[in-house]
Design a protein around this ligand. Sequence first.
Ligand code: F6P
Length: 551
Amino acid sequence: MTHPTMPTLPERPAWTALRAHFAELERTHLRDLFAREPDRGERLTAEAVGIYLDYSKNRITDETLRLLVQLAEQSGLRQHIEAMFTGEKINVTEDRAVLHVALRAPKGDRIKVDGVNVVPAVHEVLGRMGEFADRVRAGRWLGHTGKAIRNVVNIGIGGSDLGPVMAYEALRHYSARELTFRFVSNVDGTDFAEATRDLDPAETLFIVSSKTFTTLETMTNASTARDWVLAALKDKSAIARHFVAVSTNAEAVESFGIDVMNMFGFWDWVGGRYSMDSAIGLSTMIAIGPDAFGELLAGFRAMDEHFRTAPFEANLPVLLGLLTVWYTDFFGAQTQAVLPYDQYLKRFPAYLQQLTMESNGKHVTLSGTSVDYATGPVYWGEPGTNGQHSFYQLIHQGTELIPCDFIGFTHSLNPLSASSGANHHDLLTANVFAQTEALAFGKSAEQVAAEGTPDWLVPHRVFEGNRPSNTLLLERLTPHALGTLVALYEHSVFTQGTIWSVNSFDQWGVELGKVLAKKVAGELSAEQDPELEHDSSTNALIRRYRAAARA
Ligand code: F6P
């Protein structure tokens, strides 16, 4: 937490020391670091809650780590972690506690917000979700015509979509295959049309997921869904069988027409991007069942405990967070790639984009002053090996330094071997290790020339190397493993935000566009040509659209 007395980041002694240290280390190659230390690849590793982290292929020494850990201490990370876990209102700009960790707290825990223990309410909702999920899964939740629900469509956006869709894709292996799951988020009508075109309304359940229940996209899609159901079933009372809501806003849920008996609540101390393990995960629970959802929560909880108690030197989220600060602020890295080598994790980078960038895309500190250092980098990625045949060229030979997190598993959920003898999973994993090796060590001009490459071609074929990466190795992609992975990044984001002294839990930056869109929407659909008072570009675009749309 930034106390008024805490020095600003550039004033913290470890920061100054890191500057001097960076100047010494900047030109050192990973080849030299590995040559100096034969056991580096075993030593610069950490393991906890089923995740083995090899961070040896980073441009760091023991001294770097020592200084980064000092920086975390001087930034009040230990106290800030405790403040979060004990329900202090660390989201100061919204005057809210930040308690996604309470969503996975065991039943007997006590975590108070405004003097009230929130854990019993969490378990009460989990219990209701479990009963409901069991009914749908068993075909005992009947639609209006008496047919069992077979299709579940989650309507939501941002944190009310990205977590559910990512978790569904990630845990598809464990899902009830007889049910169909769809996710509608975009206000573009195509999203709704394509998601529902082959579904029978009599067998379809909509989960309207919105923390506020006011979000334009979600409310528009929910209204369209209501029309779609009523057009087929022709009876308003059908809504109760075909719609449930997940929200903190009971009043708005009711006025939309959803019975609050069919509402699953959560609380203002759960940020949208931290909500996939709240009732927002209802579609996940229907897909994988309450027991597996419990394992997911146990994975989150295991990482929470590790984050709260492990020394910073061996603390996975702290290490990842500190490395991100190191590359962002000292090497000037503007982006960070996350590369899961598991097809089921195909939406994980998209999920992380909201988690990381909505959290730490800030340029003002908690005390309201502009930062004079870089904060949240752009996160991006694609599953391997596909990304290798697309953008890895730039990571290997481009002019940007892009730290990478490689995520791999020792066991596949679909262990296939081709008759040619090729084992899919060995090949997949070989690529993880090969990529991190190539990035770190590259290929020198001498090596390229020694292969008989003509002189003129040598520069094109040289790999400088010295490109940093982490390797995260897990056993297999289970619900528990997914929980640990998501919590790992949640707490890495927390670590970064604490060091940068920004509020990782508000998102004022999305407001202006929303407000302007409402105004423009009125102007696009007005009967008479409206008086336009925007800039000349926006005015011209509006006129052009109106003319074309009305032609
Ligand atoms: O994009 C801004 C945002 O407020 C996100 O933080 C949030 O996850 C998303 O919109 C959806 O909000 P809601 O769940 O209230 O519909």
